[in-house]
Design a protein around this ligand. Structure first.
Ligand code: GLU
Length: 448
């Protein structure tokens, strides 16, 4: 069997076996073809059928999360934790609270996380968790009761050396605080059981900023390779959550003009550059809608019910920081028409397969999330290290390490791309470099 036959057969089996798990199938369809040149050089991987093993999570936990609203009415949500791969360390990955969460989304996120975590070169395996609970419109007390109920079940499966969750969409400092408190009540104070903790109780400085800053560091290193800088570049950002906010902050600090941000209801276009203080106030303090930006900046434009990626104003750099599959082929064509040169993903899998193809056919440099947004989980691993040492590093120490890690990820992806595919094929570079570490580890551990 040739390498391509092996990979096509495997993808076909995945599609048959996991019918309906569209996001998971999409993640494997993006991944498998790109690692072909590595498999051609490593016949032992096909001999041992390692990939059939790898695509099955080591453990997939599902549970019921009952909770009571402020009126005393009971509700139940689905809770998940996918412990996908522990070759390189304890399972590591965030928890997402969003109504779209299901087994397929949990598995695609955890699958991506395996290779992302490997790329950081830090000792962490891959996992992900979450619930279809919708935090939107819930009171603080409801959020607390939900988090307590979620952790009452989850605590059976996690620990500082086994599985270390963190935040993701819908889970920030507030939720991590409630989850941490409940873990502590049921067990004991274990600083390293969660990351993304508030700085007051063993959180790391610069963790909040890490995904967004890391994303911009990645782009900075890519640009430096082309003897270019971020200064005066026009940047379009989607989202207005934690990743988007700190990507905007760092891009602006490096002199870029950031034109947009968005939420699920629409987007803001501000040709003078997004006023980040206003966005922070709306999103971090008021938990409001991005349309409120106009109350402070009536001269900006708000476009309701449309994707920011349909924007026709010219720009060079796109930073999708909202959610999966926000960019379809049609929107990718709009981006290309607007002149985009680099797409760097702050979100996980924001570009669908056809969008990626469109970038590649039009010489747009595509930086996949598993490389470009790895700064968040990398600083989570640094938080674990600080917790073990019972020390807290300074902001600049963590930030400097983050920058070095992103440089290392960029160089690894680029070198691997040059070796196995072609320069700037960073998706092949990221997939092969991440996979190689995990696969070699699995082989030396006896394929477990
Ligand atoms: N949820 C983030 C991600 O997608 C961070 C995970 C973590 O810090 O463990 O990588």
């Amino acid at each position: 069997m040739t390498v391509n036959q092996y990979l096509t057969t495997l993808q076909h089996q995945i599609e048959q076996k996991y019918q309906g798990q569209t996001e998971f199938i999409q993640a494997t369809a993006e991944f498998l073809p790109t690692i072909a040149p590595y498999l051609a050089e490593h016949p032992e991987i096909i001999e041992h059928d390692l990939l059939s093993l790898l695509i099955i999570p080591e453990r997939l936990i599902q549970f019921r999360v009952p909770w009571q609203d402020d009126e005393g009415k009971w509700h139940a949500n689905h809770g998940y934790r996918v412990q996908y791969n522990s070759t390189l360390g304890p399972y590591k990955g965030g928890i997402r609270f969003h109504p779209s969460v299901n087994e397929s989304i949990m598995k695609f996120l955890a699958f991506e996380q395996i290779f992302k975590n490997a790329l950081t070169s830090l000792p962490i395996g891959g996992g992900k968790g979450g619930s279809d609970f919708d935090p939107k419109g819930k009171s603080d007390a409801e959020i607390m009761r939900f988090c307590q109920s979620f952790m009452t079940e989850l605590q059976k499966y996690i620990g500082p050396d086994t599985d270390v969750p963190a935040g993701d969409i819908g889970v920030g400092h507030r939720e991590i605080g409630y989850l941490f408190g409940q873990y502590k009540r049921l067990n004991s104070f274990q600083a390293g059981v969660l990351t993304g903790k508030p700085v007051d109780f063993w959180g790391s400085l610069a963790r909040k900023e890490a995904t967004g800053y890391g994303l911009v560091y990645f782009v900075k290193h890519l640009l430096a390779d082309q003897e270019e800088v971020l200064e005066n570049k026009r940047v379009v950002v989607s989202g207005s959550g934690n990743v988007a906010i700190y990507a905007i902050e760092k891009a602006q600090a490096l002199g870029a003009l950031v034109l947009t941000c968005s939420d699920s209801s629409g987007y803001i276009y501000d040709e003078k550059g997004i006023d980040l203080e206003t966005v922070k106030k709306i999103k971090e303090e008021q938990r409001g809608r991005i349309s409120a930006y106009l109350e402070v900046h009536p001269e900006a434009t708000y476009v309701a019910n449309e994707s920011v990626w349909s924007l026709s104003a010219p720009y060079e750099i796109a930073l999708p920081c909202a959610t999966q599959n926000e960019i379809t082929q049609h929107l990718a064509q709009d981006m290309i028409k607007a002149g985009v040169k680099i797409v760097a993903e702050g979100a996980n899998m924001p570009s669908d397969l056809e969008a990626i193809q469109a970038y590649q056919q039009n010489n747009v440099i595509y930086c996949p999330g598993k490389a470009a947004n790895a700064g968040g989980v990398a600083v989570s691993a640094l938080e674990m290290a600080q917790n073990s040492q019972r020390l807290a590093w300074s902001f600049s120490e963590v930030d400097q390490k983050l920058n070095e890690i992103m440089l290392n990820i960029y160089e690894t992806c680029q070198q691997t791309a040059c070796e196995y595919a072609e320069k700037n094929n960073l998706v092949a570079g990221a997939n092969i470099a991440g996979f190689a570490k995990v696969a070699q580890g699995m082989l030396s551990q006896g394929l477990v």
